[in-house]
Ligand binder design. Structure first.
Ligand code: CP
Length: 308
């Protein structure tokens, strides 16, 4: 099996074998990720970072991953210091990046932007989050974290909690988990349920899920509690956000005696209390660290594929 994707845009484009291949490749890159071993596999190659929305983990972990493999990065940076401030379009900006680098990582507030770019440029496009759409590389590192902890994904009970409407990480994760034999629960306020389109796609593929607005319904019988932030920036009405925010709070008392791990794509705001950080339940910082081997595996395969 080889990873044959030119682009990484949506989990809908992936097969389970593709996911398993990347997870396997990532595990082989652990020593390089931790700088215990050197790699020059992407020496001479340049990654373009095109971030139109804020990011800490995704942007920096892609940069670290590229550099750990001997490659380099260029970055659009703050729009105010690029020609975006003069009105240059995304398409023109991407065209410039195409001639300056070997792959583009794009984050944008509009859903579908990565697909659009993949149609107009010839270098691989990696979706680093498109609005409330998907965040496929986050999903791969989420699955890597689950598999590293449990030694498997099949057979687990996994609850996705919080903003399932606007949270892009849970959208791609739901599609990915649908390829495994897992018990999936969606826990959210009624206003922030998983989009109908995603539920429809899961049903079309005969994938079962539970939906509830009550954390109590799942907390005693779940292996992974995947918590997400309420995405304030995507609410059309700030008053609705104010009404819904703080809908769930995961704290040490709530988790006491439970046999589960807590994951979160981060950043968190107030949905996981800081008293969880020093407990065995906390997997979210390790999850963020796992971005390096997983994004290294993605870059290695996508960029190498281009030159085959
Ligand atoms: N998980 C994630 O996408 O984090 P950033 O927004 O900091 O990149």
């Amino acid at each position: 099996m080889i990873f044959e994707h030119e682009n990484v845009i949506s989990l809908k484009d992936f097969e389970k074998e593709d996911i398993e291949f990347i997870l396997e490749e990532a595990s082989k890159l652990e020593d390089v990720a931790k700088s215990k071993e050197k790699s020059r596999e992407l020496e001479g190659k340049i990654l373009g970072l095109l971030f139109y929305e804020p990011s800490t983990r995704t942007r920096l972990s892609f940069e670290t991953s590229m550099k750990r493999l001997g490659g380099d990065c260029i970055e659009l940076g703050d729009a105010a210091h690029s020609s975006v401030s003069k009105g240059e379009s995304l398409a023109d900006t991407a065209k410039m990046f195409e001639s300056y680098c070997d792959a583009i990582v794009i984050r944008h507030n509009l859903e579908g932007v990565s697909r659009f770019l993949s149609d107009i440029v010839d270098v691989p496009i990696i979706n680093a989050g498109d609005g409330a759409g998907q965040h496929p590389t986050q999903t791969l590192l989420d699955l890597y974290t689950i598999k590293k902890h449990f030694g498997k994904i099949d057979g687990l009970k996994i609850a996705l909690l919080g903003d399932l409407k606007y949270g892009r990480t849970v959208h791609s994760l739901a599609y990915a988990l649908g390829m495994y034999d897992v018990e999936m629960s969606f826990v959210s306020p009624d206003e922030l349920k998983m989009p109908k389109e995603t539920l429809h796609d899961l049903e079309e593929s005969n994938i079962k899920y539970n939906q509830t607005n009550s954390l109590k319904d799942v907390i005693d019988d779940v292996d992974v509690l995947y918590v997400t932030r309420i995405q304030k920036e995507r609410f059309p009405d700030v008053e609705e956000y104010e009404r819904i925010k703080g809908a769930y709070l995961i704290n040490k008392d709530l988790l006491e005696g439970k046999d589960l791990i807590v994951m979160h794509p981060l950043p968190r705001v107030d949905e996981i209390s800081y008293d969880v950080d020093d407990t065995k339940y906390n997997k979210y910082f390790e999850q963020a660290a796992n971005a390096i081997p997983v994004r290294m595996a993605i870059l290695k395969n996508v960029i190498t594929h281009r030159f085959e």
